[in-house]
Write a protein that binds this ligand. Structure first.
Ligand SMILES: [Zn+2]
Ligand SMILES: [Zn+2]
Length: 291
């Protein structure tokens, strides 16, 4: 039975609200999917429900009619795929991201909104432009996970309550904050470690900042060239080139986020060692590995 255009439109609009999604970015995908259900022969009296799961659009429907069910399952798979490339918030091109250990699909701008960008201005600490505390208000700190995270306890003079802030090293300007915490809060061991780190930073030939400590860059997290890498690479040049290309391709947008980081000094004579041709060849190799 053919359904009228009005009946289809009404079916789509009334079922759209049965989808539990964190934003309106997938609305047009859901509308298209519901439309395809109609065309496939879905009974418009049957409600369709769905939600976001693992960053993809899930829809829990099936039909006892085997031929129809096959079509419905194909349509569902198509939209799981499409939703995995579409920002859930705004509908622009997106990528799968982990936000507070949840999987979600977001464009770069909406991903950036989920990241705490720290700023330190005259001992005032701001997160995403908003003042949160002054370093004088820190009452104690806990350094955890091999200096990857700090918990700061803040006692404000305005309130008796102690506030807690967690900061992690992937948040832009984490090291700037670490370096701004008054020394007496550190244990002797931590004091020695952080002091030695900030005083002994070497040049990172990969990302181009003075940010290497104990043979690994604390900014881009890449290992500096050393002979143990000869197991995988013919020589230093080959290694640096490849890792520079990884940073340039920036699959997970980590470098894009780090552009907000001012913790380390940029090296004025940093050299990009790969050329356009090598980059294209490398991208092709990565694509082939993905297939
Ligand atoms: Zn977006
Ligand atoms: Zn680096």
């Amino acid at each position: 039975m053919e359904s009228s255009k009005d009946a289809i439109d009404q079916f789509i609009e009334s079922n759209l609200s049965n989808f539990s999604i964190n934003g309106s970015g997938w609305h047009s995908l859901i509308r298209d999917m519901l439309y395809e259900f109609c065309i496939a022969g879905w009974n418009l009296d049957e409600k369709v429900f769905g939600k976001e799961k693992f960053g993809g659009l899930r829809c829990y429907v099936s039909s006892p009619d085997e031929a129809l069910n096959k079509k419905i399952q194909e349509i569902k798979s198509k939209y799981i795929r499409l939703s995995g490339k579409t920002c859930e918030k705004c509908g622009k091109e997106g990528k799968g991201r982990f936000v507070n250990s949840w999987e979600t699909t977001l464009c770069f701008d909406h991903y950036l909104e989920t990241i705490n960008i720290l700023e330190i201005d005259n001992d005032d600490v701001k997160i995403n432009g908003k003042y949160v505390f002054n370093t004088n208000e820190i009452s104690r700190i806990e350094i955890r996970n091999s200096y990857r995270q700090i918990t700061l306890y803040i006692s404000s003079s305005f309130t008796d309550k102690e506030k807690t802030f967690y900061v992690a090293r992937w948040e832009p300007n984490f090291y700037l904050l670490l370096n701004s915490i008054p020394q007496h809060f550190f244990s002797n061991e931590d004091k020695t470690y952080t002091k030695s780190m900030f005083q002994n930073l070497k040049d990172c030939e990969i990302c181009g900042y003075q940010s290497v400590f104990e043979n690994r860059c604390v900014r881009c997290l890449k290992e500096s060239w050393n002979n143990s890498l000869l197991e995988y690479y013919d020589n230093k040049l080959e290694y640096i080139k490849e890792i520079q290309m990884d940073l340039f391709i920036d699959e997970d947008d980590n470098e894009k986020v780090r552009q907000f980081d001012r913790s380390f000094e940029k090296l004025p004579d940093h050299k990009i060692l790969f050329n356009g041709e090598e980059l294209e060849k490398y991208k092709k190799e990565l694509q082939e590995m993905d297939l």
